[in-house]
Design a protein around this ligand. Structure first.
Ligand code: PLP
Length: 388
């Protein structure tokens, strides 16, 4: 076996590992409810599927431009303006194979060994692994349920050193559901304005799934003076139930989008052609179903959070966005040892969830509530029984 140093610095995705385990147990005949993966259970809208089919029928089965078709980049510019409040021309947008690849390309294109990246913890599993793959160092910015799982301006100021290349922001956040308000972003922006060497990656992939009144706030829109060093990542995987189409979007300064394109030209070539047609339909077509989906997720959130808080020794703050609930199980740790052991115990009881330690957290687990109400109710019953 011959592995590169870069690969040996990273671990496989623990959310994927847990869902693979759940799949394997199911195949072996076990009744397992998997609340471990981050994907909506809604069907992809019919008009989106029709657009992919029409593209195939029309012979759109060949390579496209590396950064995506002109049609999709134009639709993406509409999306950035309409949904995120960011005015960006199509040539400062790149289309990738999912938001994940856009983040991978941005970080690998800009990081060198010895650089540092600030990541609020708990974090989405892939952020630290991509940073380590690029040879850079992860600097966790610890957050707590009491602080709404958000970093503070003072914490940010104290963490910035000359080595820091990026700050990664994710709102609504996976796995915590934390959402930054416009005022909170402006306060962070005031700190960042004093440190022009720091780039900001704002991952807004869950933007349509927020449960607060008012519009979504994102740093490129709230702090226009920073816009030339913000990369705003978006996509359709979560909002439009299109995880399998593998389309992600990123908008940022010209030099960075070009650098990502250079890497993409050798790693992927161009994004899937029928998927790009589907994405145009998703972005330019009706958006009114998003409010209905959001209402469904909000109802499930309320149900899951109150069921969790009714189980002795478990607690969870109310997530303001995305479809995850971070459960604190600290009172049970003496009995189980650690959160991995607790999650294996829950798996044994028929529910797959992901340990908090997979996200740089501890003593708890993440529940994805992107599942039907009856499934969630049964899962919560099993969890209650297993920790009793
Ligand atoms: N960003 C966050 C915070 C995520 O949770 C995910 C998926 O789980 C992604 C980005 C990437 O999504 P995709 O590559 O499926 O578009």
């Amino acid at each position: 076996m011959i592995l590169s140093q870069a690969l040996s610095r990273i671990a496989p995705s623990s959310t994927a590992a847990m869902s693979d385990r759940a799949f394997a147990l199911r195949e072996a005949g076990r009744d397992i409810i998997s609340l471990s993966v981050g994907e909506p259970d809604f069907a992809t809208p019919a008009h989106v599927i029709a657009s992919a089919k029409a593209a195939l029928d029309a012979g759109d089965t060949k390579y496209t431009a590396v950064a995506g078709t002109a049609a999709l980049r134009k639709a993406a510019a509409l999306h950035y303006a309409r949904d995120l409040g960011i005015a960006v021309p199509p040539d400062r947008i790149i289309v990738s194979a999912g938001g994940k690849q856009a983040i991978f390309h941005a970080l690998v294109a800009t990081l060198d060994p010895g650089d540092a990246v600030l990541i609020p913890a708990p974090w989405w599993v892939s952020y630290p692994e991509i940073v380590r793959f690029a040879g850079a160092n992860v600097v966790p910015l610890e957050t707590s349920p009491a602080g709404g799982y958000r970093i503070t301006p003072d914490q940010l100021e104290a963490a910035i050193t000359p080595k820091v290349r990026w700050l990664l922001l994710n709102s609504p956040g996976n796995p915590t559901g934390a959402v930054y308000s416009a005022a909170q972003l402006q306060a962070l922006g005031a700190v960042l304005a004093r440190h022009p060497h720091v780039l900001i990656l704002s991952d807004d992939i869950y933007a349509p799934l927020r449960y607060l009144p008012g519009r979504h706030a994102t740093i490129a829109a709230e702090c226009p003076d920073l816009a030339d060093r913000v990369l705003t990542v978006s996509g359709l995987s979560k909002s439009h139930a299109m995880t399998g189409f593998r389309i992600g979007l990123a908008a940022g300064p010209e030099w960075l989008v070009k650098a990502m394109g250079k890497l993409q030209s050798h790693s992927m070539g161009s994004p899937s052609t029928p998927s790009q047609a589907a994405a145009v339909a998703a972005l330019e077509g009706p958006q009114d179903f998003l409010a209905d989906w959001c209402a469904v997720m909000r109802r499930r959130r309320d149900m899951v959070v109150s069921a969790v808080n009714a189980i002795p020794g478990l607690s969870a703050p109310v997530p303001d966005g995305a479809f995850y609930c971070m459960v604190d199980a600290a009172p049970h740790m003496a009995r189980f040892g650690d959160d991995q052991a607790l999650c294996l115990h829950l798996l044994d009881a028929g529910v797959a969830v992901v340990p908090a330690s997979a996200f740089g957290g501890r003593d708890g687990f993440r529940i994805s509530f992107a599942a039907a109400d009856t499934i969630l109710e049964e899962a919560l019953r099993r969890i209650a029984g297993a920790v009793a």
